[in-house]
Design a protein around this ligand. Structure first.
Ligand code: ATP
Length: 220
């Protein structure tokens, strides 16, 4: 089998900026309800392709464009993302949006990161499916000034980064929706999420009932 990883170090991603020698920090936001191996491997590919120094998972409190009620509470999602990252030194988890509560606007998070890390090169990682909704994000022009957008694009053969804003990631056909549906159907989620996340879902009895029923009532 041919290796899918590049044999030599890729060129620094994206056009050089005045910040090019500073810390390269990736922010990966999402609902992570629950986090799964697709998130983990996409993060891993992005970490390498963008030559990040750190990649921070940022679970949202309430996603402004997904307000239909979440399966798991924000503290549960936060804990699952912590377990996803485990003790991987490349990754960390920031509770900034969960702590802030309410609707999570990326621009608020980026402003805080710019304040905390004025010299960092910030990369905002978003999935390709999120692209269409970008025009409706709050203060999108400020978002684009504060961070470089890196679009995670699933591809069967490529990894690395192109000249624009795309980061090629391996194609892992799994979604949180599917994981929730499998739990609800009583099917195994072995391999879909890391063991420590599966253990937490089982312990807490998450996703056993459809959204908006007893599970949500219990979390209130
Ligand atoms: P849902 O099925 O509930 O919509 P999801 O699996 O897409 O959830 P999110 O928390 O919405 O998970 O995803 C966070 C980010 O991770 C998004 O930018 C999304 O595009 C990206 N993402 C989700 N699944 C994958 C995957 N299998 N491979 C790469 N990126 C993914």
């Amino acid at each position: 089998m041919e290796p899918t990883r590049p044999s030599s170090k890729p060129a620094k991603a994206f056009a050089p900026t005045p910040l090019d020698n500073s810390v390269r920090l990736g922010l990966f936001g999402g609902t992570f309800d629950p986090p799964h191996v697709g998130h983990l491997l996409a993060a891993s590919d992005a970490f390498e392709a963008l030559e990040l120094d750190r990649l921070v998972f940022v679970p949202n409190a309430i996603q402004p464009l997904k307000t239909d009620g979440s399966g798991a509470s924000a503290p549960d999602r936060l804990e699952m993302v912590r377990r996803l990252c485990h003790d991987d030194p490349r990754f960390s988890v920031d509770s900034i949006e969960v702590d802030r509560g309410g609707l999570s606007f990326t621009v608020d998070t980026l402003r805080e990161y710019r304040r905390r890390e004025p010299n960092a090169a910030l990369f905002l990682l978003v999935g390709e499916d999120v692209l269409g909704s970008l025009p409706s994000w709050r203060e999108i022009s400020v978002v684009m000034e504060l961070a470089q957008l890196a679009v995670l694009t699933r591809h069967a053969a490529k990894t690395g980064v192109d000249q624009g804003r795309r980061v090629w990631t391996r194609h892992i056909d799994v979604s949180s929706t599917e994981v929730r549906a499998r739990v609800r159907a009583g099917w195994s989620i072995n391999g879909f999420v890391p063991d420590q996340v599966a253990g937490y879902i089982a312990e807490r009895g998450l996703y056993r009932e459809a959204r908006g029923t007893k599970q949500e009532a219990r979390d209130e």
